[in-house]
Design a protein around this ligand. Structure first.
Ligand SMILES: NC(=O)c1ccc[n+]([C@@H]2O[C@H](COP(=O)([O-])OP(=O)(O)OC[C@H]3O[C@@H](n4cnc5c(N)ncnc54)[C@H](OP(=O)(O)O)[C@@H]3O)[C@@H](O)[C@H]2O)c1
Length: 400
């Protein structure tokens, strides 16, 4: 990642150093950093990028540390007055000490080196600009250059910091008449095109979502009905991808960019390096056969607590708020539902939902369970986005 000069590198396609820092951070797997944000940093001197770095994993060094420590010791770093000419671009306000913090303060690191200028792409809700003031007081020129890409890197971070609860998205596929099951319960593994309600494009989108959310919430009942895998079957999750094509080819596992499907932004191939979200199951583990597909191991699981190498947490309770609170304690900052209408409705009725994503297939089933029960309605949400996914209609409702 080091010694990339924008004027020379084929991978730097312009858009500024902050965009570049954001693009680097966008390659990081959010499952690995959560509940920390994804952050990118570049060190620039005389218009040349001398070093760059990202925060790759929770508890490990931050982007500022990684970029500064990757400065080539043989380069200009040793020249007197080097830091007086340096500009540091960071996608997020640098951190500082707080109780229980695992890593050293990046604000202190910057104060130690005292670069000429620090440019920050977004504020950290934990500090709200305080750390920028500290740098200013020490005589460093500080610019808050709010950047859309930086803001979009961590969609759940501010919510988790403020509420200390996971961001919850109810995801549901339904027919035009609001029914949620096409498959005959207990008829075995669902077959694409026969048992799935939504089309392939919608399902790709769901896998993209799985790449973003820390955990998926399901129930024993849904597992027994559908035997879902609940993994991220995307070769190219957008979170790990460089949406804008330029990037870091220094990691062995990144292959050249390739379009995924028509209409999609070009994504990087990650092959087997797609990590899966954790799974939260409502119900008893003993009620599920050991052969259930959620127990299959995945190439890049997050740990060894679950079966295979995935983290699977069982909660035998109907107290959904306490389940979410327990998840927050485990550092799960975001949850997407993969359950049926009963629990989806209960979450909505209990005011525990932040957004709803509906995939509506152009079919009338005429019978089956309604997507939302007991007149649960979306009056507390507004329609934020709608998209035609080659026949399916995708709607995103966000809490007002
Ligand atoms: N279209 C879609 O997007 C989609 C997605 C997933 C599933 N599905 C379908 O949905 C169907 C299952 O839907 P469902 O509504 O019957 O089941 P569900 O919502 O998946 O699970 C309901 C079960 O969850 C448990 N539960 C835990 N906390 C609860 C609470 N606070 N309130 C109520 N129940 C709670 C209860 O089991 P206990 O009483 O045993 O504790 C309850 O029977 C399946 O056929 C599946 O194919 C569709």
């Amino acid at each position: 990642m080091d010694n990339l000069n924008p004027s020379r590198s084929p991978f730097f396609k312009g858009g500024g150093f902050m965009d570049h820092a954001a693009d680097l951070a966008s390659q990081v797997d959010p499952h690995l950093t959560a509940p920390n944000p994804r952050v990118g940093c570049v060190v620039v001197c005389d218009g040349e990028i001398l070093a760059s770095g990202v925060h790759e994993k929770f508890g490990e060094p931050h982007a500022e540390v990684n970029s500064i420590s990757s400065l080539n010791p043989g380069s200009r770093v040793k020249e007197p007055g080097f830091w007086d000419q340096c500009e540091i671009y960071i996608t997020l306000e640098p951190c500082d000490h707080f109780q229980g913090k695992k890593t050293p303060s990046c604000t202190e690191l910057l104060l130690k080196h005292k670069p000429k200028k620090v440019i920050v792409g977004s504020l950290d809700p934990q500090f709200g600009g305080k750390n920028l003031e500290k740098l200013k007081k020490a005589g460093i020129e500080v610019v808050l250059e709010k950047n859309e890409k930086c803001e979009e890197l961590n969609p759940f971070f501010a919510h988790f910091v403020k509420t200390k609860m996971p961001y919850v998205t109810v995801k549901m596929a339904q027919s035009l008449d609001g029914r949620v099951t096409k498959k005959i319960p207990g008829s075995g593994i669902p077959e694409p095109g026969i048992d799935y309600i939504s089309n392939e494009i919608s399902r790709q989108k769901v896998h993209e979502m799985r790449a973003q959310y820390s955990a998926l919430l399901t129930t024993v009942k849904t597992i027994l009905a559908d035997d879902p895998q609940l993994n991220c079957r995307l070769d190219n999750p957008p979170s790990l991808a460089k949406r804008e094509m330029e990037g870091d080819f220094s990691k062995e596992d990144l292959n050249p960019p390739a379009p995924l499907y028509s209409g999609a932004v070009p994504l990087f191939q990650r092959g087997r390096n797609t990590s899966d979200p954790q799974i939260i199951v409502l119900g008893k583990k003993s009620d599920i056969p050991p052969s259930a597909r959620i127990f299959l191991s995945s190439p890049l699981g997050r740990g060894s607590e679950g079966e295979g190498n995935r983290k699977i947490h069982f909660f035998d309770t109907h107290d959904l708020k306490s389940v979410l609170a327990e998840c927050a304690k485990m550092g799960i900052d975001s949850i997407m539902t993969e359950c049926g209408p009963t629990v989806a409705t209960e979450l909505l009725k209990s005011d525990l939902v932040d957004e709803v994503q509906l995939f509506v297939a152009p079919e009338i089933f005429g019978k089956g369970k309604d997507a939302f029960l007991n007149n649960a309605i979306l009056q507390d949400f507004h329609l934020h986005e709608v998209e035609n996914l080659q026949g399916d209609v995708w709607m995103r409702f966000v809490r007002k």
